[in-house]
Each structure stands twice: as structure tokens, then as C-alpha cells.
Design a binder for this molecule. Structure first.
Ligand code: PLP
Length: 421
């Protein structure tokens, strides 16, 4: 056991444990340093939508590393980035979107989007439009800009995160939206939303999306869809969740599934309206990253898009979603602790409750996740819930195995905690 690694978001008492140190992964299974192999119910960190070790993505990445180990998009272009941009526009819809900006993480992409929307309004002579609104419960990353939009309390005050031009509104609450807009609508640069709030798997209701779109026309702000989690087929039916909306967002942020989790890569897919404002005014956006849009990242994006199509993953995601609808609702009030289920597609939660029906105390969630891990599967901790994000290549029997491990894990947690308090 070594203790030189400082793992992220893990209490120090759990550093250095072999049971939490993964060593390899194939398909939907991950091997750990203690010798166990677990079924992955989280698609890595919600990013390996097509499973681990996809050979076509590995080959394309390897070729790019050999032929073009580093080429920049900072002050230059490279042909891999051109190709990936073209394919992303095709995927998202070329009638509405026209340009792609590359970044290296979901957080950095949110930072870039925050700059982009404020700069857009300055170009249009509306310097006062600086406020950006996010949704309560939303997660957009932990870089300084994104951290201000993220509402999970992870030390924003302690770290001096600046929220002077940031606000939060209640999701699925049109009254709150109109109250805030009537106050700051003319100073609003953008609203940033996840189509399904990842934390807790809370979908935006269709009426709320319609109201957001209506208010965009009325108040003139931009709508940014953070599809870091919901993109690349995660919700089934379409590649991006917002392709089901009646109108498109002005900026679409993608990461996670973008390279199937193989690269530190993200992208902003930008509407014609926004892109043309920059082009017409010869404006340069003040954002760049050395490792953005590298050949290896862009080759991985191009290969991921091809594999998404070859594996028919979006359709498979819809099939899995249908199965999850049936299986998860059948677990409600029949499996220990489970009192509700939320989410869409392959982004789900099982809500857990104490015996008295109140939401399970948050400090207990890690022990529940550990019990499920002991039973053979990886699930994600959420607010009084566990979250499931199976890869879109799951077979029916693998899904049965995942739900079986969850059931055993919850039973074992309940037994242990009844016995030991
Ligand atoms: C919706 C959403 N946006 C942004 C992020 C941040 O992404 P990253 O961890 O790549 O910075 C996440 C990460 O979980 C996310 O779920």
C-alpha cells in the first residue's frame, strides 16, 4: 500500500486502500488492486458511455499519438480538430450550430461558456448583461467559474469563489423564474441548465423548458445547455438531450462521453447567432488551453462518434431506459430503503429513506455504496440516493446482474445496520 497519491474527493482516512484502487477495465467491468472485479454501474465517472477498452477509439488515439503527438488550436488550427468540429456540428445539427470551441474538462468548458456569453452581449453593445443564472442543485464543475454555478456546498465561501454576478433559481419553478427575470432580466447574460440535473437525476419538466425558451425570446438572454452528462446518448432517443427541445440552446457544452472517457476533452458547440457576432466584429474570445483540441483528443472524438453509430448506442440506451423504467419502479417500496426513483434514460436514481420515511441521512450514503460494492457493483452516491448510469452497451443480463447486486447490497446494509446500529 502506497500513500503518495492524494485522491480527489475522498476522505484522507480512505486514502491508500487497495479496494478503491482500480487497475484495469474492459467492457463494463473494472478490476481493483485487491483482486476483485466489479460491474460498473456508473460508466466510470459518467463518461465511458460505450464501455471500457473500445478497440476503435484506442486505435485512433494511438495513430494520432504516433502521427501528430501534439498540434495546437491556440493561434493555429490542426486537421484533427477541424474534422472533430465538423462531425460535432453534424451530430448536433448544422442548421442551428456552426462552430466548435475545444476545452479540456466540463468545468473549464463552463468557464469558457461564461466568458463567451458575456463577451457576446458586449459585442452587441449590452455591457450591462453580466449576470449568469444556474439552477439550484446543478453541478457544472469545480474550476472557479463553474464552481460559482455549482450549488453543492464544497467550500465556495472558504475558497473565495466570486458569486457577485451569479444567481440560482429553483428548477421546474416558473414562478421563481419570472420573479427573478422581472428583477434582473435586462442584466442577464445567460441561464445555464442541465437538461436532467445530474446530482439526484432530476429531469427538467417539458413545461419548464418551454418557459425557459419563451423567456429567452422575451428577455434576450442566452440559453446554455450543460450536456456534459446528458450528451452522447445518455438519455436515449437522441445524441443530445436538447435535440428533443422545441428550440435549441445558444451554446451546448459537451464532455464526459465525448471521448468515451479516454481524454481530458470537452467542447462548446456554438450557435450561428453567437458565432457570427464574433466573426462579424473580428472579436477574439479570451480563453485558450494548451491541451485543448489536441490531435489525440480530437481523434478520440471522431472515433467515439463513429462507434456511437456503429454500436447503435442511442437506440440501445432507449431500450435500457425502458427496462430501467420497469425494473426500478418495481424496486420502490419492495427493496429495503428504496422509496422512489427519478431520472431518465440511463441516468437514474434510487431514492433511499430512513425507517420513518425521511430521506436517508447523507452520512449513511457512503456505507450504502460500500455495501453494494461488496455485493459486486459500483454505483454513485447522490443526495439521499444512489445513482445508476450504466454504459449504453449493457446487455440485458448485465443489467439484471447490476440490479441484483444493488438489491443484495441494500439488504446487507440494512441487516448490518439493524444489528450494529
Ligand atoms: C453537468 C456537468 N457539468 C460539468 C461537470 C464538470 O466536468 P469536469 O469534471 O470534467 O470538470 C460535470 C461533472 O460531473 C457535470 O456533470
Amino acid at each position: 500500500m502506497t500513500r503518495n497519491l492524494w485522491p480527489l474527493m475522498l476522505p484522507p482516512s480512505q486514502h491508500g486502500l487497495d479496494e478503491l484502487c482500480s487497475v484495469s477495465a474492459h467492457g463494463v467491468r473494472v478490476k481493483f488492486a485487491n483482486g476483485r472485479e466489479l460491474l460498473c454501474g456508473t460508466s466510470g465517472l459518467w463518461n465511458t458511455n460505450l464501455g471500457y477498452g473500445n478497440p476503435a477509439i484506442a486505435q485512433a488515439s494511438s495513430d494520432a499519438l504516433r502521427d501528430a503527438s501534439y498540434l495546437s488550436v491556440w493561434g493555429y488550427e490542426n486537421s484533427y480538430a477541424r474534422q472533430a468540429a465538423e462531425e460535432l456540428i453534424e451530430l448536433a445539427g448544422s442548421t442551428h450550430y456552426s462552430r466548435v470551441l475545444f476545452s479540456t474538462s466540463g468545468g473549464a468548458a463552463n468557464d469558457m461558456a461564461m466568458k463567451l456569453v458575456r463577451h457576446f452581449h458586449v459585442i452587441r453593445g449590452q455591457n450591462e448583461r453580466k449576470i449568469i443564472l444556474g439552477l439550484q442543485g446543478g453541478f457544472h464543475g469545480l474550476t472557479f467559474g463553474a464552481f460559482a454555478l455549482t450549488t453543492a456546498r464544497l467550500g465556495q465561501k472558504m475558497y473565495g469563489v466570486d458569486r457577485r454576478l451569479i444567481g440560482h433559481i429553483e428548477p421546474n419553478n416558473a414562478v421563481d423564474l419570472s420573479r427573478v427575470l422581472s428583477r434582473i432580466g435586462n442584466r442577464l447574460a445567460a441561464i445555464v441548465v442541465e437538461p436532467v440535473i445530474g446530482t439526484g437525476a432530476v429531469p427538467l419538466e417539458a413545461e419548464y423548458v418551454a418557459e425557459l425558451l419563451r423567456c429567452r425570446s422575451e428577455y434576450g438572454f442566452l440559453l446554455v445547455a450543460d450536456e456534459v452528462t446528458t450528451g452522447f446518448g445518455r438519455l436515449g432517443g437522441t445524441v443530445f438531450a436538447t435535440q428533443k427541445w422545441a428550440e435549441t440552446p445558444d451554446v451546448l457544452i459537451t464532455a464526459k462521453g465525448l471521448t468515451n472517457g479516454t481524454q481530458a476533452a470537452s467542447a462548446l458547440i456554438v450557435s450561428r447567432l453567437v458565432a457570427e457576432a464574433f466573426a462579424d466584429s473580428e472579436s477574439i474570445l479570451g480563453h485558450a488551453e494548451t491541451q485543448a483540441g489536441t490531435p489525440v483528443a480530437c481523434a478520440a472524438i471522431t472515433a467515439t462518434i463513429a462507434e456511437l453509430e456503429r454500436l447503435n448506442a442511442v437506440a440501445r440506451s432507449s431500450e435500457l431506459s425502458h427496462r430501467l423504467d420497469l425494473r426500478l419502479s418495481a424496486m420502490v417500496n419492495t427493496i429495503p430503503l428504496v422509496t422512489n426513483t427519478t431520472g431518465k434514460g440511463c441516468l437514474r436514481s434510487l431514492r433511499l429513506s430512513n425507517v420513518d420515511g425521511t430521506p436517508l441521512d447523507q452520512p449513511k450514503i457512503p456505507a450504502v455504496v460500500a455495501a453494494i460494492r461488496d455485493a459486486g457493483a459500483l454505483v454513485h452516491p447522490g443526495p439521499s440516493c444512489i445513482q445508476l448510469l450504466p454504459a449504453l452497451i449493457y446487455s440485458d443480463s448485465e443489467l439484471d446482474e447490476l440490479l441484483g447486486a444493488i438489491t443484495s447490497g441494500l439488504a446487507s446494509y440494512t441487516r448490518t445496520h439493524e444489528l450494529y446500529g
